[in-house]
Design a protein around this ligand. Structure first.
Ligand SMILES: [Zn+2]
Length: 550
């Protein structure tokens, strides 16, 4: 974990105009953040750096900018409608809602107990002799079932067959923290509601994280597509069923705010191939907003409901994925270096087969030592041909690639490096946040890499009541502004305080115009002060630009 405290970063971000709570004036909107004058530039600098490194500087990369609203079939085919769920559990006392998996601290213990629990349930079920239809069960039968399954589950099931099926599904789900068992586990392990301290929980349910909306003039009584979790392991069949349902129910107007940018890339695969006929391997890149209805957004911008992604789908021949994957590991580290993240704060987590998505043959989570602990910064996944094949099935259109040198057409495989903008930004702030002592006083400063700093240079006239001096300083400001753009004019308060302010927002260079600039041997010289060392040097105005590098 980083030594930096999250509160210090949040406080600085708000105080100095980087990041404010969303809708602050109206009391806020949970899980949203607004970027202030400095934050918006810092964020853009990070995104522009990414675009330069991965798109502009690469030979085989194509950028796209797909619409946020997409045909709902995109999310049916990708599996998001059916499976993009988080386990939701509610306190039975105050009804506060939490992510069930976030309440469980010992995952291994949880899994072990869940397994044992379902085995015992099944064993008990085998002992009870029940008729197929159980709507008119005798009370002792009901009591036995309640004892096994809990009261909430019983009335929902009409037949024993249904009930048995439910147990199997509940078991499968409960390993990922859904169903009856999380409730029992939290209770027996005395895990209490953060809000009211109660130990009584409801069953955990699947909560779909997509923001649903409607496109066009829709009537309110239009039948909506069912998006509840379907207990169906056969993903493809589920998607097909869902699509059919959509068509039959006439709910064409349903759409979602995209929960990821990746699908906007896949849906344009054929367009890019047809327009450019690129050689393999090649990549398609996209940056943009994505939305997830997080159950409990927290940790500043780390987990918010509206965020930005930078994603690449890198298409390769199926035989060549391993070497491409290795190359991407290197590129990811280059990216972390460019963000100014210390090497020993970035960690590769090779995701085990059990924890990987079923279609992925290899996934690495790149983690960073955030103030909130070691958490995922970005992901790198080999997704085979899963996504393009899904699109083929759902759209009926071919997603294959015909090699220029001849031979059979095939569906390319894909490697997906997926970057979160806000997480990169939070990592940058964490790595840059410093405290030291200058002249016996505590100083806070952001040691941002100069190429990311939202303000490159601040120009400070030593006094503001001497018109001649201010005029000269204005000239210097205008010259620097023309050359560098991100230059700030600072003439309020005393010079020492201004330096501190500039340090806090990570300005790498302060240029001060004083009386010596105006006359004598030192005419046309200025002082340039370096942020990290606070060292000052006197330089000729003519050579000032050479001193400013980023
Ligand atoms: Zn509660």
């Amino acid at each position: 974990m980083s030594d930096v405290k999250l509160d210090d970063i949040v406080s600085l971000a708000k105080r100095r105009g980087f990041i404010y709570p969303g809708s602050d004036v109206y009391g806020g909107l949970s899980g949203t953040w607004d970027y202030g004058p400095l934050g918006v530039v810092l964020k853009k600098n990070i995104m522009n750096l990414w675009w330069k490194m991965f798109v502009d500087d690469a030979e085989n990369m194509y950028g796209v900018d797909a619409a946020i609203l997409m045909n709902q079939k995109v999310w049916q085919a990708s599996g998001h409608v059916d499976t993009f769920n988080d386990p939701l559990i509610a306190c039975n006392h105050c009804k506060s809602r939490f992510r069930a998996d976030k309440l469980i601290t010992d995952v291994e213990e949880y899994k072990k107990e869940a397994k044992a629990y379902f085995k015992s349930q099944k064993d008990k079920l085998a002992l009870i002799d029940l008729p197929e239809e159980w709507s008119d069960y005798k009370s002792n039968h009901i009591a036995a079932l309640v004892d096994i399954f809990g009261e909430a589950r019983i009335p929902a099931h009409e037949s024993l067959k249904e009930l048995k099926k439910h147990i199997d599904e509940d078991e499968k789900l409960s390993y990922t923290y859904m169903g009856t068992f999380p409730r029992i586990y939290l209770r027996t392990h005395s895990i209490k509601c953060e809000r009211c301290g109660s130990n009584e929980w409801q069953d955990a349910t699947a909560f779909n994280m997509m923001f649903k909306t409607k496109v066009g003039a829709t009537s309110d009584n239009i039948t909506e597509v069912r998006t509840s979790y379907k207990y169906n392991a056969d993903h493809d069949r589920t998607s097909q069923e869902s699509i059919r349902e959509v068509m039959e129910m006439g709910a064409e107007a349903v759409s979602y705010l995209r929960p990821e940018t990746a699908q906007g890339i896949f849906t344009n695969f054929k367009n890019v191939v047809d327009s450019f006929y690129p050689d393999l391997p090649f990549g398609i890149a996209q940056q943009g907003k994505a939305f997830r209805n997080e159950i409990s957004p927290r940790d500043f911008i780390f987990r918010s409901r509206e965020f930005e992604q930078m994603e690449i789908e890198y298409f390769v021949h199926p035989d060549k994925w391993e070497e491409a994957f290795e190359e991407w590991i290197k590129k990811v580290h280059d990216w972390c270096d460019a963000l100014g993240l210390p090497k020993d704060s970035v960690h590769e987590l090779e995701v085990s087969e059990a924890d990987r998505a079923h279609y992925s043959k290899r996934t690495i989570d790149f983690e960073f030592d955030f103030p909130i602990g070691r958490e995922e910064l970005l992901g790198l996944a080999y997704r085979t041909d899963f996504d393009l094949k899904n699109i083929e099935r759902a759209s009926g259109k071919k997603m294959d690639y015909r090699p220029k040198e001849g031979g059979e057409a095939f569906v390319p495989h894909v490697i997906e490096p997926s970057f979160g903008v806000e997480r990169a930004l939070m990592a940058v702030l964490t790595a840059a946040y410093r405290e030291d002592e200058q002249n016996g006083e505590k100083r806070i400063y952001l040691a941002l890499p100069a190429h990311l700093a939202p303000v490159k240079v601040a120009v400070l006239p030593l006094v503001k009541n001497k018109p001649e001096l201010v005029a000269r300083a204005r000239e210097v400001y205008a010259m620097l502004k023309k050359e560098l753009g991100a230059v700030m004019w600072v003439d309020t308060g005393n010079i020492g305080k201004n330096y501190r302010k500039m340090d806090e927002i990570g300005v790498p260079y302060c240029v001060t115009i004083d009386f010596d600039t105006l006359e004598g041997d030192t005419k046309d010289t200025v002082t340039i002060r370096h942020r990290d060392t606070t060292e000052q040097e006197r330089v000729q105005l003519g050579t000032l630009l050479e001193k400013i590098t980023f």
